[in-house]
Design a protein. Structure first.
Length: 260
């Protein structure tokens, strides 16, 4: 059942207040089983518009649910997306847990665009042409939904569980074989997981192309200068104060994230 505008705005208010006060709410899907994907993106975009009007600056977009395993877990057949803001960029590689609720961390690739990316039927080749460079990155995901009990509609409405991000410093060309890049993830010096670019829809460029094409449905585009987080190489472990994570990328060096 399609939600009325006022009801969708009420859900936006709930998520906005949850983020502001660092409190958790019950899944929206447990409150109303009739919410659909279009409702969820309406809720997300309503809060993005509110944040921009309050002075926040959009710095890019993020893609989630790019792995086959996560899609099966949530019973979906495509990724989702959310927005990034300049305030989410942890330039010093330090992440304050005081501004988050229940953070987890993902290692992935970030694309930085040199041109707008829009049009019909965007391809991986179009993504390469519009990209200035690619770096390794950490995305710190966070959820306003209690205990991460999310379904697809919940995470989309909650800005795809966006939290913070960290960009590596070594840059490579988007023409590199990004699917072949490997990553080893460590937590406090102990090995946790390994992954590769092939885990991201087979090729991270395909993930960014999917995003560019999907955004058109909601009147959004990828813009010159934006950071695009393309999707996790492996599962996302929990992070707490005092944890230090290290991601060692082939070709892209090492990046760290310290939770303080």
């Amino acid at each position: 059942m399609f939600m009325k505008k006022m009801e969708r705005e009420e859900y936006s208010d709930m998520l906005y207040e949850a983020e502001r006060s660092r409190t958790q709410i019950q899944p929206l899907t447990s409150m109303d089983g009739g919410l659909n994907i279009d409702d969820a993106y309406y809720i997300q975009l309503n809060n993005i518009d509110r944040a921009v009007k309050a002075g926040q600056v959009i710095s890019g977009k993020k893609i989630g649910l790019t792995s086959e395993g996560m899609q099966k877990q949530l019973g979906v057949g495509e990724p989702d997306y959310g927005h990034l803001f300049e305030c989410m960029d942890c330039h010093d590689n330090k992440v304050s847990v005081d501004v988050l609720i229940q953070p987890k961390i993902e290692a992935e690739l970030a694309f930085v665009l040199k041109d707008d990316l829009s049009g019909e039927n965007i391809t991986a080749e179009d993504v390469v042409a519009a990209t200035d460079y690619v770096v390794g990155a950490f995305e710190i995901v966070d959820s306003r939904i209690a205990d991460w009990k999310i379904k697809l509609v919940d995470t989309i409405a909650d800005n795809a569980s966006s939290g913070r991000y960290i960009l590596g410093t070594k840059r490579i060309s988007p023409t590199s074989e990004l699917a072949d890049i490997t990553m080893n993830l460590y937590k406090n010096g102990e090995f946790l997981a390994t992954g590769s670019g092939a885990a991201v829809l087979g090729d991270p460029c395909l993930a960014v192309a999917w995003l560019a094409n999907r955004l058109k449905d909601y009147g959004v585009m990828l813009k010159k200068g934006e950071v695009i987080l393309s999707g996790a190489f492996s599962a996302a472990p929990e992070a707490t104060r005092g944890d230090k994570f290290t991601a060692e990328f082939s070709e892209l060096g090492t990046i760290t994230a310290e939770f303080i």
